[in-house]
Design a protein. Structure first.
Length: 311
C-alpha cells in the first residue's frame, strides 16, 4: 500500500471523528431576539411615567412640609414660594402638652407588641390546623376563615363593652391583647398554607427520636416558615402603625395617643386647621414605615413567592 493511500485512508477515518467532536463541542446557539430601539424607548417612557405617577404623592408630601401655612389653598404648585422649616420646629415641639417623641414611642410600642403577639399566636394556631388531627378541625378552620368576611365594625360595640367592664379603656391592653389570641385570620391562613406544604415525614422522624409537638414546632417548623413569619411581621407592623380606628375608640388621654391620632389634634384646636404642621407630621410618620418596608422587602417577596411551591 502506498503512502498516499495510507494518508487518504487515515484522513477519511479521522474526518467523521473530527466532525463528531465539533458537533459535541459547539452546541447550536440559540437565536437571540433583538428588541428594536423604538420598543425599548417606549417601555422606558412608560415605566418612567408609571414611577412618577406612583411617587408623586410622596414627593408632594415631602416638599409641602416646607410650605408656610398661608400657602396651602393659595399655591397649588409643587414648589413653595417661601420655603421654611417652621413646620418642623412646630411639630417637634409637640401638641396638647405632649412632645412628638412620645407619640412616636406610643406607636412603636403598639407596633412591636402587635408584631410579637400576631406572629407568635398565629404560628401556634397555624401549627394546630396544619399538623394536628383532631375532631372538628374542618369546622373550626372554616369558622376561622369566615371571620375574614366579618367587618371589624360589627364587633366594635361588644369589644368596647367588654374592655370597659374590665377597666382597660384608655390603656394599650385593648389594642394589644387580641394580637396574642390569634384573632388575625389572614396571618393564620397564610401560615397554614405554608405549613401544609411541608412533608409530614419530618414530624414522624422527630417523633421517633422522642420529640413532642413543642419540640417539633420550635425546632423544625418555625425555621422552615421563616419567610412567612417575616411577611406576617411586616404586615402586622404596618397595619398597627397606621391604625386609626382602634386607638380612637380606646384611648382618651393625649399622652397615650399614637401618631395617627396625634395628627387629628392639628385640625381640631379652636376649629382651625394647621395644614403645614399636619403635612409635616404625616411625612414624619410615614418615614419609619417606608424604611421598615425597604429593609424587609426582600423577605416579603420571598415569603409571597415561595407560598405556591410544594415541599
Amino acid at each position: 500500500m502506498s503512502t498516499s493511500n495510507v494518508a487518504t485512508t487515515s484522513g477519511a477515518a479521522s474526518t467523521p471523528v473530527f466532525a463528531a467532536q465539533q458537533t459535541i463541542a459547539a452546541p447550536p446557539r440559540r437565536r437571540r431576539v433583538k428588541r428594536k430601539t423604538w420598543q425599548t424607548v417606549i417601555w422606558l417612557v412608560v415605566l418612567i411615567a408609571l414611577t412618577a405617577l406612583v411617587l408623586y404623592p410622596l414627593v408632594w408630601l415631602g416638599i409641602s412640609t416646607l410650605k408656610p401655612n398661608s400657602e396651602f389653598g393659595q399655591n397649588p404648585g409643587l414648589i413653595p414660594q417661601q420655603p421654611t422649616f417652621d413646620n418642623y420646629l412646630k411639630v417637634f415641639d409637640g401638641i396638647a402638652g405632649v412632645p412628638l417623641w412620645q407619640f412616636f414611642g406610643n406607636s412603636l410600642i403598639l407596633a412591636v407588641l402587635a408584631v410579637v403577639g400576631t406572629v407568635f399566636s398565629s404560628a401556634l394556631a397555624a401549627y394546630a390546623f396544619a399538623r394536628i388531627q383532631f375532631k372538628g378541625l374542618g369546622i373550626l378552620f372554616a369558622a376561622m376563615i369566615g371571620t375574614l368576611l366579618l367587618p371589624f365594625h360589627v364587633v366594635i360595640i361588644p369589644q368596647y363593652i367588654l374592655f370597659n367592664n374590665l377597666g382597660l379603656v384608655d390603656t394599650f391592653w385593648p389594642l394589644v391583647l387580641p394580637k396574642f389570641l390569634a384573632t388575625e385570620a389572614f396571618f393564620v391562613f397564610l401560615l397554614v398554607q405554608f405549613m401544609r406544604q411541608m412533608p409530614r415525614d419530618m414530624d414522624e422522624a422527630a417523633r421517633i427520636d422522642g420529640a413532642g409537638h413543642v419540640r417539633i414546632f420550635w425546632a423544625i417548623i418555625l425555621p422552615l416558615v421563616k419567610p412567612a413569619l417575616i411577611t406576617c411581621a411586616i404586615f402586622a407592623f404596618i397595619w398597627s402603625w397606621n391604625d386609626f380606628l382602634g386607638p380612637l375608640l380606646y384611648l382618651t388621654s393625649p399622652e397615650n395617643y399614637p401618631l395617627p391620632i396625634a395628627l387629628r389634634l392639628y385640625n381640631d384646636q379652636s376649629s382651625t386647621s394647621d395644614f403645614g404642621a399636619t403635612v409635616t407630621a404625616s411625612f414624619l410618620a410615614l418615614v419609619p414605615v417606608l424604611l421598615f418596608f425597604l429593609v424587609f422587602q426582600r423577605f416579603l417577596v420571598d415569603g409571597v413567592a415561595t407560598q405556591g411551591l410544594k415541599g
